[in-house]
Ligand binder design. Structure first.
Ligand code: NAP
Length: 288
């Protein structure tokens, strides 16, 4: 129920209609019985500064930022937390001392399902497929885990070089090598953690996999295959992994956990109903 005291949270994006965040967060807020609402705000790029002023004026507690605002918002904020600086993108903004502070919860979301794997991360070679926005959170996450090496595989040499160089002034000590796509068959053999951050295999192109089926038999016995995609679940990449008896993780938990981490910041409390958030998304995405 919206009352005279209802507090406001939300997500800014353009487009934002597809966002699952309102569903997930409103389910959590309802479960907690809190007088908050989480709304989608379609903000055009040229209106971003105005929107921030407006949000401050009407007392918005905090919000998520999605495409195309994740980088553009950085110079408009009073402070950026080190993790968001390292990733070069902000997905969560909160209010502190009448200022907007930006952080990034995608890294925490990415790491969350890996924590339960009880690996000795200092022995793990991570292979990251793709070098876009999500790959940045993944590289930061692998660095935080303490992976022995990080290999980023991409299809465009220029973009790969820029990706590698972009970490040079990072507050995180990132140690990565970049490789072109044709070296994937060799590189993947050494992987203990193989992460797809490309959209290959995402609905509606569900028959595609970034890695040929034939290569799965050459992967290391203990490899974790992690696909950031959450529709479909499992993707072809994860189906092949499961058939080869490898551990498979899909992108739903990252989505849930980055949302839970943001909600903890806005509400300033550790207890958030992660199960409700997960179930809400599963029902929406897979009608489970
Ligand atoms: P992005 O910034 O556009 O990056 C996509 C990357 O994939 C780029 O490096 C791109 O290569 C590469 N790529 C695209 N098509 C390819 C192909 N056919 N062959 C080889 N490489 C290809 O997108 P993003 O924001 O990183 O998102 C990537 C995926 O992660 C999406 O499926 C998204 O849904 C998912 N994601 C999931 C979560 C979650 O919470 N689970 C969060 C964020 C993203 P070029 O650089 O050469 O173009």
């Amino acid at each position: 129920m919206i009352t005279g005291t209802t507090k406001l949270l939300g997500v800014i994006g353009h487009p934002v209609e597809h966002s699952l965040s309102p569903l997930m967060h409103n389910a959590a807020l309802a479960k907690l019985g809190l007088d908050y609402i989480y709304l989608p705000f379609p903000i055009q790029p040229q209106n971003l500064a105005k929107a921030l002023d407006g949000f401050a004026a009407i007392g918005v507690v905090g919000f998520n930022a999605t495409i195309p605002h994740k980088q553009a918002i950085i110079p408009l904020l009073s402070k950026i937390e080190p993790i968001a600086q390292a990733v070069g993108a902000v997905n969560t903004v909160f209010r502190q001392d009448d200022s907007w502070i930006g952080t990034n919860t995608d890294v925490e979301g990415f790491i969350a399902p890996l924590r339960s794997q009880h690996k000795n991360w200092s022995q793990v070679n991570a292979v990251v497929l793709g070098n876009g926005g999500a790959a940045r959170a993944v590289v930061a996450g692998c660095t935080q885990l303490g992976c022995a090496s990080i290999h980023v595989v991409g299809r465009n040499l220029q973009k790969l070089s820029e990706f590698r160089d972009s970490w040079q002034d990072s507050p995180l000590k990132v140690n990565l090598k970049v490789h072109q796509w044709d070296s994937l068959p060799e590189i993947s053999k050494e992987a203990n953690l193989l992460i797809n951050t490309t959209p290959i295999g995402m609905y509606p192109n569900i028959e595609n996999s970034p890695l040929d089926k034939s290569l799965f038999t050459h992967l290391s016995k203990d490899v974790i295959c992690y696909d950031l995609i959450y529709t479909p679940s499992p993707t072809k990449f994860l189906q092949y992994a499961q058939q080869a008896e490898k551990t498979a993780i899909d992108g739903l938990e990252m989505l849930v956990q980055q949302g839970a981490a943001a909600l903890k910041i806005w509400l300033q409390q550790q207890a958030v109903p992660i199960d409700v958030m997960r179930q809400t998304l599963q029902q929406q995405l897979y009608r489970r």
